[in-house]
Design a protein around this ligand. Structure first.
Ligand code: NAG
Ligand code: NAG
Ligand code: NAG
Ligand code: NAG
Ligand code: NAG
Ligand code: NAG
Ligand code: NAG
Length: 377
C-alpha cells in the first residue's frame, strides 16, 4: 500500500511496580514485548502507523512529585468524556507556532522547511480544537516537572524523530542556557535537562523488532529485512524508561520511493501535497488509513491484560496536507537539489512533517493526557 501522508496514532500505558512481567504483544505484522503491567486506554489506530506510549504510574514516584507539586488548574483538565481527537483545525496566528524554527537549535534539516526554502509559513499557525473541550496550553515547565527524575523515550522511525524533536523544542525555550544538551549515541539521541534530572530520548528502531535497518544512518531502504520474533535487542535499551512512545510507519511502506501522486488530494499541480497551503476541511479520511486494521489492533490491545493508551491522531493529521515537507525536506539524508525541487511529482515528500507543525499537536495531546494522569494520581 502506498501511503501519502503520515498519520500516526499514540498509545500510552502505565507500568506498575512489577517490571519483570513480559507480555507478548502481537501486532499486525510484528510482535513486541511490553515491560511491566500496564493500563491500556485505547483510542485509535491506523494501518500505516501506530504509536504507543506507556508511562510510569506517577504514584511510583510520589515523593519526587510532592517535592515540587504542579498546580493543575481546572481549565487544564481534559474531561474524561471528551474525545480530544475529534475536532477541527482553527486558524491561530496569535499563539501559534509554540516555538520558532530558527530559535530551536535541535531540529534536523529534514524538518526545517523555512530554512530549506519553503515560501509560505501558514502551516505553523493552526491549533487543534477538539469539539467537546479545550486542550490545555502546553506549559514547558509543567512538562519538565512531570519529567523530573524521569526518562521519556520516543522509539520508532523518522516520523517519530519528528515528534521527539518537537518535544525537545517545546520544552527547550524554558531551559537555562547550558543546562540542556543533546548527546548522540547512535542509534539514540538523548536530550538531557540537568536541572530536572530528566531526559527526552529518541531511539531509532524503525521496525521495533530487530531489522537490518537498525543502524541510525547506514541502513538500506531498498532491501529491508526484519526478524519478526526478535525484540530482545531493542528491549534492553528501553527497559527502565518511565514513559515510552512507540511509532512505526515503515512497517506499512513496501515501496522504497515515496509515491507522491496522491490522487486523493487533487490540489497542487500534481495532486500531491506540493504547494498546499491550507488544511483539508473535513470530512476526509485517507485511503491509507485502514479502519479495518485499526479495529484489529484495537481488539488485540483490548484483549491484553495490560493498559495502553493509544492516541487517535490519525484523523487530525490526515487533514494537514499543507504541513508536509514536500520539496523542502530531504531524501536519503540530503536536501533536494534545485532540479529535484522542480519535479514535485517525483520528489515531493508527503510523509514527513515540517516543524513547527503537526507533531507539536501530537505532543500537546500527549502533554494533556500526562497532565490528566498526573492529576488523577
Ligand atoms: C480513530 O478516529 C477515527 C476518526 O475519528 C475513527 O473513525 C476511528 O474509529 C478511531 N479509531 C479507533 C481505534 O478508535
Ligand atoms: C500553586 O498554587 C499555590 C496556591 O495558589 C501557590 O502557593 C504555589 O506557589 C503554586 N505552585 C506553583 C509551582 O506554581
Ligand atoms: C493573523 O491572521 C489574521 C487573519 O487572517 C490577519 O488579519 C493578521 O494580519 C495576521 N497577523 C499576523 C501577525 O500575521
Ligand atoms: C535522576 O533520575 C534517575 C531516574 O531517571 C534516578 O535513578 C536518579 O536517582 C536521579 N538522580 C537524582 C540525583 O535524583
Ligand atoms: C554500511 O553497512 C554495510 C553493511 O553492513 C557495510 O558493509 C558498510 O561497510 C557500512 N558502511 C559504512 C560507511 O559504515
Ligand atoms: C503511484 O500511485 C498511483 C495512485 O495510487 C498509482 O496509480 C501509481 O501506479 C503509483 N506509482 C508508482 C510508481 O507506484
Ligand atoms: C502554487 O499555488 C499558487 C496558488 O494556488 C499558484 O499561483 C502557483 O502557481 C503554484 N505554484 C506552483 C509552482 O505550482
Amino acid at each position: 500500500m502506498l501511503n501519502l501522508d503520515s498519520t500516526p496514532t499514540n498509545m500510552t500505558t502505565h507500568p506498575t511496580q512489577d517490571r519483570r512481567i513480559l507480555f507478548l504483544f502481537p501486532l499486525a505484522l510484528g510482535s513486541f514485548f511490553l515491560l511491566g503491567t500496564v493500563r491500556v486506554l485505547l483510542d485509535n489506530l491506523k494501518n500505516n502507523q501506530f504509536q504507543f506510549l506507556w508511562q510510569s504510574s506517577f504514584s511510583r514516584d510520589n515523593n519526587k512529585f510532592l517535592r515540587v507539586p504542579i498546580n493543575v488548574t481546572l481549565d487544564e483538565v481534559i474531561e474524561e468524556s471528551c474525545n480530544v481527537f475529534e475536532g477541527q483545525w482553527v486558524w491561530d496566528n496569535v499563539t501559534y507556532p509554540l516555538y520558532k524554527e530558527d530559535t530551536c537549535p535541535y531540529l534536523v534539516k529534514q524538518v526545517t522547511c523555512q530554512r530549506n526554502g519553503r515560501p509560505d509559513s501558514l502551516y505553523q499557525n493552526w491549533r487543534w480544537q477538539p469539539h467537546g473541550c479545550n486542550l490545555p496550553r502546553f506549559n514547558a515547565l509543567k512538562m519538565l516537572e512531570m519529567l523530573r527524575d524521569k526518562r521519556l523515550m520516543f522509539i520508532g522511525d523518522s516520523i517519530q524523530r519528528g515528534m521527539f524533536e518537537s518535544m525537545v523544542c517545546l520544552v527547550q525555550s524554558v531551559i537555562a542556557d547550558g543546562d540542556d544538551s543533546i548527546i548522540r549515541v547512535p542509534p539514540r539521541k538523548i536530550f538531557r535537562i540537568e536541572e530536572f534530572n530528566a531526559s527526552i530520548e529518541y531511539y531509532w528502531a524503525p521496525f521495533m523488532v530487530e531489522s537490518i535497518s537498525d543502524h541510525a544512518t547506514n541502513h538500506t531502504v531498498l532491501k529491508r529485512l526484519v526478524k519478526l520474533d526478535s525484540v530482545e535487542k531493542h528491549r534492553k535499551l528501553w527497559e527502565g524508561v518511565d514513559i515510552l512512545v512507540f511509532e512505526s510507519y515503515v512497517w506499512w511502506m513496501h515501496k522504497p520511493f515515496i509515491n507522491a501522486t496522491n490522487w486523493e488530494w487533487k490540489g497542487g499541480i500534481d495532486g500531491n501535497c506540493f504547494n498546499e497551503t491550507q488544511p483539508i476541511r473535513g470530512p476526509y479520511w485517507g485511503t491509507g488509513s485502514n479502519l479495518e486494521i485499526m479495529s484489529i489492533l484495537k481488539d488485540v490491545i483490548n484483549k491484553l491484560q495490560i493498559n495502553v493508551r493509544l492516541l487517535n491522531i490519525t484523523q487530525l493529521s490526515e487533514y494537514r496536507k499543507d504541513s508536509h515537507t514536500s520539496v523542502f525536506g530531504e531524501r536519503r539524508g540530503k536536501l533536494l537539489t534545485r532540479q529535484q525541487r522542480s519535479e514535485p511529482k517525483a520528489y515531493a515528500d508527503c510523509i514527513h512533517w515540517c516543524l513547527p507543525g503537526v507533531p507539536d499537536t501530537w505532543n500537546e495531546l500527549l502533554y494533556g493526557i500526562l497532565l490528566q494522569d498526573y492529576r488523577n494520581h
